[in-house]
Design a binder for this molecule. Sequence first.
Ligand SMILES: C[S@@+](CC[C@H](N)C(=O)[O-])C[C@H]1O[C@@H](n2cnc3c(N)ncnc32)[C@H](O)[C@@H]1O
Length: 235
Amino acid sequence: MRALLLLLPLLTAPIAAAQDSPRYETRTEHDPNGIGKFYMGREIAHVMGHQAAGWLERPERETEERTDLLVDAMQLKAGESVADIGAGSGYFSWRMAQAVTPTGKVFAVDIQQEMLDLLHRNMGRRGVSNVTPTLGTTTDPKLPVESIDTMLLVDVYHEFDEPYEMLKAMVAALKKGGRIVLVEFRAEDPKVNIKRVHKMSVEQARKEFEVFPSLRWKETLNVLPQQHIMIFTKH
Ligand SMILES: C[S@@+](CC[C@H](N)C(=O)[O-])C[C@H]1O[C@@H](n2cnc3c(N)ncnc32)[C@H](O)[C@@H]1O
């Protein structure tokens, strides 16, 4: 009995250490385009400021990124509840709103009120009424529990300040059987001329998403010229 008691601290020590190990690491030497904070070996990028919103709406974007193919690949259905996480100026929000109309809706989530103000004006200009601008935080998209069929993240996940907490809250807002469509520039491809911290590999994305037991990688579609479309479903 005494021997067992002496052993107990040894048996519990690794578990305690694992629980105490910090989720994020800060490094002083890092990529200037990143914030010096690392998650699962990946450096987190700076958030794109609202001052650069014009770049999201550049006319050549459709041909450069084939955004039309992305919307088609999602195969949205009328009546779906969709969330555009990190919606920016709403480039994808109104395109998805058209695909789910008349009964479906889009929650356009962003952490910058200035982006949401711009998005609101853009929706008004286009006469789109089924997009709801939603102010989230870096850890919470502020969406109702188990309410969303499809979440789209285009060029945003890599700039989440708190990716673990944010993804946890997103999973809670997804319906069972719902999906996350993650779109990121291909890190595996040196010809994709985008700053390193703004790209992601499928391997890294799967590592970070599959931390959540209810999320499963379904498939990766490589129909776009520069980006992966990675689909994860909630079970
Ligand atoms: C590069 S822009 C992409 C905008 C849009 N998805 C597009 O492709 O046109 C990234 C946007 O994500 C937003 N963002 C960053 N972190 C966020 C978070 N945790 N939750 C919601 N939005 C976030 C930024 O404010 C910015 O508007």
